[in-house]
Design a protein around this ligand. Structure first.
Ligand SMILES: [Zn+2]
Length: 454
């Protein structure tokens, strides 16, 4: 069975911690995963640490109140910085490492064994970083000692004598400090990238070199439920009702029948939310929806970065209603309809990517090379692969804005956008009987298993 999903995701999900191994995997939508960069948990990496707060914690530690360690948010870059600062100051004031001092205090009977065990656990958690393959055997040995140390501290029958055979301070110098510094630096770079990416999402494409390719759309209301939409040189009449949207293009008429299209949505409020989103689409996108798409489903996932998804096997769009009020939501829906158009028959092949339209691939791959060596934040969603490139060009050309690629398309892909514009025009001039979802003909279904890449 073939199942191909394409989704549009916007990069606003919380970044994850370097210290958690699973965080190295990211959804394919991330602009940061392409260069293999590591993602940090903290988006807000302001390095303005509260000095008073640090000094207060330091003096608590010096006086032997180790419970204050629990207040350091060590998974974040700020917490890691705080831990390094406090550790360094502690040694310079007391002449001992925090670790050694904790053990001395316990041996002098000043803190209980439970208290020592509890706070050593926190200290070791804060200190833990894994070396990498390039590190020397010496570094790795100190790491294995550290893991043994952790086992001892975590053991039910925690034995203080066992600890003395292992060298925490050596591990701190060889691994903790250099890796914590690296972690903080990576966070700064990521925060800068996130800020720059955010700035790019406000890019004004109407003033760019591709402005002449963008649609000019004006709406004139003719009665309570009807508008005339002028889309470049075309005129469409759109009628909105509770059951359907009718689009007239000259003497051709297209119907979006909600009863059929939304038959798998049970909740009335959900149905109304989807109808409202559909009403935000331009006339040509409404026509594509009427011709190409069988079913729209919904889900509700506030934790997901995905706005909507197209399933190329069943020809179904799923909308994440948790995102329905966000700025990009309607553009994300148009983007999915763009995917369905790409899966549409086109002169015995499908439209651009899955028919392996060599001209499209050639033009877009050539323009893609202009991004070689550029920063990740410039590589907006359209650059993920040729399939997303088509869907984002489609959205830009039919809605006046892509979901999340205006800057990159306008700056690096003028020829690709122009080519897609021509292809869409050819497609629109085909009789609807010749432009249906390719998967309806089983003989063509196998084409969908090929996934073109850059
Ligand atoms: Zn997509």
């Amino acid at each position: 069975m073939i199942k191909i999903n394409y989704d549009i995701s916007i990069k606003n999900e919380p970044l994850k911690s370097l210290k958690e191994p699973q965080s190295l995997e990211r959804s394919s939508s991330s602009i940061f995963n392409k260069s293999g960069k590591v993602i940090s948990k903290s988006q807000n990496v302001s390095q303005t640490l509260d000095i008073d707060e640090n000094d207060k914690k330091l003096s608590e530690l010096i006086s032997g109140n180790y419970d204050v360690l629990a207040s350091i948010d060590w998974k974040t870059a700020e917490g890691t910085q705080q831990f390094l600062d406090i550790s360094e100051k502690f040694s310079s004031v007391t002449g001992k490492s925090l670790y050694d001092e904790m053990i001395s205090r316990y041996e002098a009977g000043k803190i209980s064994k439970d208290n020592l065990q509890k706070n050593l656990k926190i200290l070791l958690d804060m200190s833990e970083f894994s070396p990498n393959d390039q590190d020397s055997d010496e570094v790795w040995t100190s790491y294995y000692d550290f893991l043994d140390l952790k086992d001892i501290v975590l053991a039910d029958r925690f034995n203080i004598e066992d600890l003395k055979k292992l060298d925490y301070n050596n591990y701190f110098d060889k691994v903790t400090r250099p890796y914590a510094e690296k972690f903080i630096k990576q966070n700064e770079e990521i925060a800068i990238n996130v800020r720059k990416a955010k700035q790019l999402s406000n890019y004004d494409v109407s003033k760019s070199q591709i402005a002449p390719l963008l649609p000019k759309i004006t709406n004139i209301k003719t009665d309570a439920n009807t508008i005339i939409q002028k889309f470049n040189d075309y005129k469409y009449q759109i009628n909105y009702s509770d059951d359907a949207i009718n689009v007239k293009d000259g003497n051709k008429q297209y119907v979006i029948d909600f009863k059929k299209l939304l038959s798998q949505i049970n909740d009335e409020n959900d149905k109304n939310s989807v109808k409202k989103m559909i009403e935000g689409l331009s006339a040509p996108v409404l026509i594509d929806l009427a011709v190409e798409i069988d079913t729209i489903k919904v889900c509700n996932d506030p934790d997901s970065a995905t706005y909507a998804q197209y399933d190329g096997k069943d020809n179904v769009i799923t909308i994440n209603l948790a995102k329905k009020d966000e700025k990009n939501a309607v553009f994300a829906l148009a983007h999915e309809i763009g995917h369905s158009l790409d899966f549409s028959k086109h002169e015995e092949r499908n439209m651009v990517t899955f028919g392996f339209n060599q001209q499209f691939l050639e033009i877009s791959r050539k323009e893609m090379t202009k991004l070689d060596g550029k920063e990740d934040y410039e590589k907006q969603y359209a650059t993920t692969n040729p399939v997303e490139m088509f869907a984002e060009c489609y959205t830009l050309l039919n809605m006046g804005s892509s979901a999340d690629s205006n800057y990159v398309l306008a700056t690096y892909f003028p020829k690709t956008v122009e080519y897609v514009k021509k292809q869409i025009e050819i497609q629109r001039n085909l009789p609807t009987s010749e432009r249906n979802f390719i998967g309806r003909e089983s003989s063509l279904l196998e084409r969908l298993s090929d996934n073109p890449s850059w």
